[in-house]
Design a protein around this ligand. Structure first.
Ligand SMILES: [Zn+2]
Length: 65
């Protein structure tokens, strides 16, 4: 099982400062229809982002505007 910080780093594409627990979502992946999990994380001290990652493929996105 991937750790929250590792998952956040996969979504962000670089190191993150901190990450919260991984959570299941009701979303399905737009690429493959797989289950999507979410993780809240802090890429910097002043920023909090929720990241989404498919469990079955490489698709991911964030709620960052
Ligand atoms: Zn997928």
């Amino acid at each position: 099982m991937v750790t929250p910080k590792r998952l956040a780093e996969l979504v962000e594409g670089e190191d993150v400062m901190d990450a919260e627990a991984i959570e299941d979502t009701d979303r399905t992946c737009p690429e493959c229809g797989g289950d999507v999990i979410s993780v809240g994380y802090m890429p910097t001290v002043t920023e909090f982002v929720t990241g989404y990652k498919c469990q079955d493929c490489d698709w991911s996105e964030t709620d960052r505007e």
